[in-house]
Structure formats: structure tokens, C-alpha cells
Design a protein around this ligand. Sequence first.
Ligand code: PMP
Length: 361
Amino acid sequence: MENRVYNFAAGPSMLADDVLIRMKEELFNYKDTGMSVMEMSHRSKIYLKIFEETKDTLRRVMDIPEDYEILFMHGGATGQFAAIGLNILKGNKADYVITGNFSKKAAQEAAKYGEVHIAYDGKDNNYSHIPLQDELGLSPDARYVHICANNTIFGTEWKSFPDVKGKILIADMSSDILSKKVNVKDFGMIYAGAQKNMGIAGIAVVIIHKSLISEALADTPAVLSYELMQKNDSMYNTPATYPIYVLGKVLEWIEEIGGLEEMERRNRAKAAVLYDYLDSQAFYRPHAEKDSRSLMNVTFTTPDPELDVLFASEAAKQGLVNLKGHRLVGGLRASIYNAMPLAGAEKLVSFMRDFAKENDK
Ligand code: PMP
């Protein structure tokens, strides 16, 4: 693995070396078939084995009970913003908690298909805060409560999930799924775009309680219907075969290192390297409030937007790439998903120290 950089991109993002090595080994000739997984029919016996094993491994790694369906769908997490409206909201009312850009988009999309009540909106604190229970204005007649578990752009994350008073909880976990243990039973549905902790772009993974799957609104496109996807085991049409295979490789790697418990331990250690440094100095300013900090996306600014630009370009020269913050927040963002090794966070902090020394006037 020569000439590899530490890639702090928010997604698509780094893959673990062990995963890439296996993809490479199997690229030209998967298990003596004489072809790559990308060239196989999704109906072939060999591919169906990959498909089923990937689902089984996901069930094991996340401890997903049998009364939950696993669906691989098209359209990314954004497709799910609409699918939830079409399959679950269906003219009813739902509560949406707005903690960033993606939860806002989820609410806007769902509002096309029913009544969306905003139970909280963090715009006044520029989404630096995850609401406490008493800040949520939940409605008694909501069919479900929707949250975004980790806010990729702003760098905030729910530490514990809200008490939704017996309602169905739906979470967009695009940027923190597989980073730690979660109790799937606490959710009616969990969904994620795969291009961060689950591999590469091309699938949305949906983990949904079977009782929530029923006939979608009449005009629902077939590829967004949970009922059709369930009936056809996510093969109503050609699924994104290679991203599903990569997810399988990522899950194998997670199991080998010790599962989500070990993954979480590593992620906490990595994030602590960055946050401990940020808390020990005055040059950089972290964006997220302490209690709301994300383990996956660390957001901060230097004293001057021009220095932010210089920081990102100087860091890149040292093999620390994609540190520019999202255009909505500015500043800098280090995305330290599962695949980022501790050494990457340590090298970044070392660079930060040097940069602060040189530019603190
Ligand atoms: N939700 C979150 C938390 C995200 O980070 C993203 C993408 N970065 C999305 C939703 C949108 O995902 P997609 O691009 O797969 O539609």
C-alpha cells in the first residue's frame, strides 16, 4: 500500500487497506469463476451467495433481530428521504428533528407526502448542538419521529437517542452506522448511504421492522417501494452488485478485528486524539458543543478563513487530504470514519501543532 494518503473526506471516504487488498486479490478472478464480481449476473448462484452472506454478516455484526428486514436500495440516503414519505408517512403526520442539512432535506422531501412537524431546529446555534429531551416538541399524533444520528457537515452526533414516547424512531445513520453498537430494537427503521462506513457509493442500506412495510402510496416508483423490494429480496431490478460485495468485505473486516465493540473503542481513541488537542489550545476553535461532538466528523476553524484555506493546502502536501470544511460551515473538517487509522489522527494533530506555531500571531 504505497503512496496512500490519509484521506479525511466526508464521503465517499477511505476504505481499510485490508478491504482494498481483498478487493484487489479477487478482482480479476473471483473464486475461480474467471471473472470479477462486477461482471456477474445478480441471479447467478455465486453472486447470490455473496448477497446472502453479506446480509447474514450485517445481521450478525449489528445484531439485527429476525423481525427486521434488510433491504439494499437505489438512490442513496436521499432516495430514502422520499421512500419514508411514500411508504410510511403516506398522508399522516410525523415529527422531524432538524440537527443539520441532511435532516432538513429529509423533512423537506417527506413533506411532499404528508404532514411534517418540525420538533426542533438547531439553526439558531448553527447546528452545533444536539437537543436535550426537553428541547423536543414531539406531537402526540405523529406516526414516527425522524432523526439524523450523525450530522456529517456540522460534526455533531446523538450520544443517546431521544425518548420518543412509544412512537416509531427512524434514524438516518449514513455517517455513523457500524461505528459503534446500537440497539436496533430501539428503532423502527435505520438507513444509511454506504459510501462512508459501509463501503462505496451505490446502495442505501435499509433495516426496517417488518410491521412498517405495507402498500406504498399509489404513485410510488417501484424502486422506492419497500413492499416490492421485500417481496423481491432487493432484486426487483438489478441491484448495485459491486457495492453490496464491498459491504460484505467491510463487514468481514469488522468481524475480524473484533466487531462493533472494538470498532467503537478504536473510534473513541481516535476522536480523543483530536478533541483532546483541540481542548488544550486556543488557536483552533471547535464548531460542535462538547456534549454534541461527533466521533466521525471533527469540525473546527482557524482564526481566519484564509488560514483555513492555507491549512488544507499545506496539510495536503503532507499526505493529509480533503480537510476543507463543507461550504455551509466553512473552516475545516476531519472525517475519521472506521477505516481511518489512529496514526492518521496522530499525524493530523502533529501537523495542527506545527501550523498553529507558524501562524499564531
Ligand atoms: N444523510 C447523511 C447524514 C449524509 O451524510 C448524507 C451524504 N453525505 C446523506 C444523508 C445523503 O446521502 P446520499 O448522497 O447517499 O443521498
